[in-house]
Design a protein. Structure first.
Length: 276
């Protein structure tokens, strides 16, 4: 694997036509120049210079590498200059729960994009555990999921308030046991909240129907075909009557990212989304 310093030193030696002159231009001792050249030759697996007394002449392999190295260094320099002129550019990979994408984030993402056109956003939807796994392995930069998260490599910050509320008529255990409950799959954090609530209230529904679509859930419940626990923000948006179920159904959405990340774009994005 080549290092930039090795390529830069190599090019300087070629252009200076001597180790001593190259060392002076690089503000280092000749032995450092010699070391970098030998490291580069070992990395390439070829001899780059013919050495005769105090003269260095490029081999055919050396001439080929010189032209490639100059192109690489020029591209790297242009990229560096562009970043210095406009540091707010890059790519952010975002993951979020369906409720975050459908209700909380759309306008915030549009506002951010309008203000930061040089930042490319890619957005995926997923379940809490899958999003956190993708974040941990580096496939995502930030996720909006259930929190707060307790993980030695992760950091979180509350972004949106959310909780599950009951829809479907009277919330009385005796009645609920005779009716169907529309629930989420066990991959979803909401399912664990609902299961815990049912256990606490000692309710066994007539049937548990796993439905991964809010539209279907609301349609069935409003048609009198059962009950469900849905995000309060959606119940309000659809103007559906609901009953609050206490703090145990609270499920705030957090921005979660890796502690090791010190990206300016990432932290500015999180601030913008939460503040907007």
């Amino acid at each position: 694997m080549f290092k930039r310093a090795q390529l830069a030193t190599f090019c300087m030696v070629v252009e200076s036509e001597s180790l001593t002159a190259a060392a002076e231009r690089l503000f280092c001792v000749p032995s450092n120049v010699t070391k970098k050249l030998k490291e580069l030759e070992m990395a390439c697996g070829v001899t780059l210079f013919e050495r005769e007394r105090n003269r260095l002449s490029l081999t055919p392999e050396g001439r080929a590498l010189y032209h490639k190295a100059k192109r690489f260094l020029a591209i790297e320099e242009r990229a560096r200059a562009q970043l210095e002129q406009d540091p707010v550019q890059g790519e952010l990979r975002l993951g979020a729960l369906d409720i975050a994408l459908s209700h909380h984030l759309p306008q915030k993402l549009a506002h951010y994009r309008a203000q930061n056109r040089r930042v490319q956003l890619s957005v995926v939807q997923g379940y809490s555990l899958d999003l956190e796994f993708q974040l941990q392995k580096g496939a995502l930069d930030v996720v909006f999921s259930d929190g707060p998260i307790e993980h030695p490599q992760m950091q979180s910050r509350r972004a949106f308030q959310e909780r599950l509320v009951f829809i479907g008529g009277a919330c009385r255990p005796a009645l609920l046991a005779k009716s169907d409950l529309y629930v989420y799959s066990r991959q979803c954090h909401y399912r664990h909240l609902v299961d815990a609530w049912l256990q606490k209230q000692q309710v066994i529904p007539a049937a548990l129907l796993e439905v991964e679509c809010y539209d279907v859930i609301f349609a069935c419940v409003t048609a009198g075909l059962g009950y469900a626990f849905v995000p309060e923000s959606l119940a309000r948006q659809r103007k559906v009557a609901y009953i609050e179920c206490g703090n145990e159904m609270r499920s705030d959405i957090y921005a979660i990212w890796r502690k090791a990340s010190d990206s300016r774009i990432l932290h500015d994005f999180i601030d913008a989304v939460i503040r907007h």
